[in-house]
Design a protein around this ligand. Structure first.
Ligand code: NAD
Length: 314
C-alpha cells in the first residue's frame, strides 16, 4: 500500500522550490527530504515545518533516508550539478549520470515500487538512465521533459496575443535542450487553431513566432545569466505532474517518456512528448499529426539523445 508520500532526493534550488510549492498548494500528506548533505535536508525540513501553521493542510515533513522511499508513491530526483552560464544541459551528462545511478540504486534498494520522476539535467538522458538502472516499467519512470519549456511557450504566446496562458494549448516537444521545437501545427487558443487567431489579428508579424521560440529555447540561459539558476518554474511544473498522479487526473502533459510506438520516427530513447498521466504513471502517449518539418525535428532531437546515451554506454 502506498501512502500519500513524496520523497525528494536533492534539496538544492530545484528540490526546495518544488517542496515549497508542494507545501503551499497542499498537494501531499507526507514529504521526505534527502540530500548527500544531510544537514541541508534537516535545515530545509525545519524551515518548511515552521510555515505549516500558515499552510493549507496538515503535513508531515522530515529529513529522511533512502529507507523512506519504500512506501513512497513518488520519488523525485533533483540531485546533481546545474548549468553554469554558457554551459549546455548535455555538458552536465557525465557528472550527473554518475550521481543518478548511485541515487537510483539507493532508492531501489529500499524496495520502492512507486513512480520515479527525474528533473536533474540533461533530463531526457537521465530519465533513461533512471529507467534502465531501476528495472521499473517505463510507465513508472518520468522525466520532467518539456513541461517547463511548454509553460514558457504558453506564457510567451499569452503575452503576445493577450489571452490567459491557461487557454494556450501548445507544446514544446523533443529534447529539453537545444534541439527542442515548437509544435506549431497543433497549437490552439481555446478551441481555435493559433494560426486562425493570428490571421484574425491586426499587426501580427509571423516572424514573431520564431522570436517566441528563441525566447523559450534561451530562457534558461537568460535567467542563469541574471540569477545563476532557474528553479521556481520547474518547481511548479513538478507539482503539476505530482498532482496529476495523486489525483488520478488523466492529464495530458509534455513530459519525457519512452516512446510506445505512437511516433514511428523514434525508439529506445526518453524524449518530450505529450502523455496522459494518472495514478499508474504514464497511461499512454498522445499522438499528434506532425507536419514534415516537425517530424524531422523530432527525429533529429532523438538522434542527438541517442548519440549521448551511447557515449555513456547505453
Ligand atoms: P543545486 O546545486 O542547488 O542542488 C543540487 C543538490 O543535489 C544539492 O543540495 C546537492 O547536495 C545534492 N546532491 C548532489 N549529489 C547528490 C547525491 N549523490 N545524493 C543526494 N543529493 C545530492 O542545483 P539545482 O539548481 O537545484 O539543480 C538541480 C538539477 O536540476 C540540475 O541538474 C539542474 O540542471 C536541473 N534543473 C532541471 C530543470 C528542468 O526543467 N528539468 C530546470 C532547472 C534545473
Amino acid at each position: 500500500m502506498h501512502n500519500n508520500r513524496v520523497v525528494i532526493v536533492g534539496t538544492g534550488f530545484v528540490g526546495m522550490s518544488y517542496a515549497y510549492a508542494l507545501v503551499n498548494q497542499g498537494t501531499v500528506e507526507e514529504l521526505v527530504l534527502i540530500d548527500i548533505n544531510k544537514a541541508k535536508a534537516e535545515g530545509e525540513a525545519m524551515d518548511l515545518n515552521h510555515g505549516l501553521a500558515f499552510g493549507p493542510r496538515k503535513m508531515k515533513i522530515y529529513a529522511g533516508d533512502y529507507a523512506d522511499c519504500k512506501d513512497a508513491t513518488i520519488v523525485v530526483i533533483t540531485a546533481g550539478v546545474n548549468q553554469k552560464e554558457g554551459e549546455t544541459r548535455i555538458e552536465l551528462l557525465h557528472r550527473n549520470a554518475v550521481i543518478i545511478k548511485a541515487v537510483v540504486k539507493n532508492i531501489m534498494a529500499s524496495g520502492f515500487d512507486g513512480i520515479l520522476i527525474v528533473a536533474s539535467n540533461p533530463v531526457d538522458l537521465l530519465a533513461y538512465v533512471a529507467w534502465r538502472e531501476s528495472g521499473l516499467v517505463a510507465s513508472k519512470v518520468i522525466g520532467s521533459g518539456t513541461a517547463l519549456d511548454t509553460a514558457r511557450l504558453r506564457y510567451e504566446i499569452s503575452s503576445y496575443i493577450n489571452i490567459d496562458s491557461r487557454n494556450i494549448h501548445a507544446y514544446i516537444l523533443g529534447e529539453h535542450g537545444d534541439s527542442e521545437f515548437v509544435c506549431w501545427s497543433n497549437a490552439n487558443v481555446g478551441a481555435k487553431p493559433l494560426n486562425a487567431v493570428l490571421n484574425s489579428m491586426d499587426e501580427i508579424n509571423f516572424e514573431d513566432l520564431d522570436h517566441i521560440y528563441l525566447k523559450v529555447k534561451n530562457a534558461a540561459n537568460e535567467i542563469i545569466k541574471r540569477k545563476k539558476a532557474t528553479y521556481y518554474g520547474i518547481g511548479m511544473a513538478l507539482v503539476r505532474i505530482t498532482a496529476a498522479i495523486f489525483n488520478n487526473e488523466n492529464r495530458i502533459m509534455p513530459i519525457s517518456v519512452l516512446n510506445d510506438g505512437a511516433y514511428d520516427c523514434i525508439d529506445d530513447v526518453y524524449i518530450g512528448l505529450p502523455a496522459v498521466l494518472n495514478r499508474d504513471g504514464v497511461h499512454h502517449i498522445v499522438w499528434l499529426e506532425l507536419n514534415a518539418e516537425e517530424k524531422l525535428k523530432l527525429k533529429k532531437s532523438a538522434e542527438i539523445l541517442k548519440t549521448n546515451l551511447k557515449a555513456i554506454g547505453y
